[in-house]
Write a protein that binds this ligand. Sequence first.
Ligand SMILES: Cc1cc2nc3c(=O)[nH]c(=O)nc-3n(C[C@H](O)[C@H](O)[C@H](O)COP(=O)(O)O)c2cc1C
Length: 197
Amino acid sequence: MSTTDDPSTEARLLEVLRSLRAVRRYAPTSVPDEVVQDVLEVGRWTGSGKNVQPWEMLVVRNRSSLRELATLSQFADHLAGASFAIALVMASPSHRLDAGRLAERLMLAAWCHGVGSCIGSIFPDENEAKAKGLLGVPDERDLRTTIAFGYPADADARRIRATPNIKTVLPSIGRKPLSSIAYLDRYGAPWSRRNAS
Ligand SMILES: Cc1cc2nc3c(=O)[nH]c(=O)nc-3n(C[C@H](O)[C@H](O)[C@H](O)COP(=O)(O)O)c2cc1C
């Protein structure tokens, strides 16, 4: 069973999924509204627990708001130079897994259009309150996650760390090997692919 009969399309889809990385430096080119619309549509179809859909997506285009949001976290400088951001307005803090699924989908949909992105987490509580005030979000909502979007500034924008702040905390841009994180049937028993018969 496949989503497509065309193996090259399948390979391309997998490559889009696998190649998504944080992009924190953006070209000045504006991302067109048609692309933003696609991103929001994909987001709208995200699955949530009991299909509650505990989210609203607030697109921020206003440059001074983007700059202000960038100050509301130690690690959100990149928001200032984004073409746009989406603030994930969640019904309550108990929907973090739903927020994670939504965030990843928005980022992948953007990446399908060649638009890079990176989460900017808003914290602590007082900064969340400031972000809500700035964007007119009701107090009772949860606003911990914003995502900055924009065309990558250059070919390296997917591979490097952007700001002095971030250098100190980011892990390597690589990943742990599958053999150390994937198991078969029993915790600790390494996953191994069976040979096709
Ligand atoms: C829950 C979560 C919160 C994150 N918050 C931030 C953030 O506040 N600022 C930031 O620059 N990156 C943030 N990131 C991006 C991670 O730093 C990034 O996914 C990780 O370093 C891997 O980067 P890579 O895919 O480019 O290798 C966040 C990612 C996740 C999943």
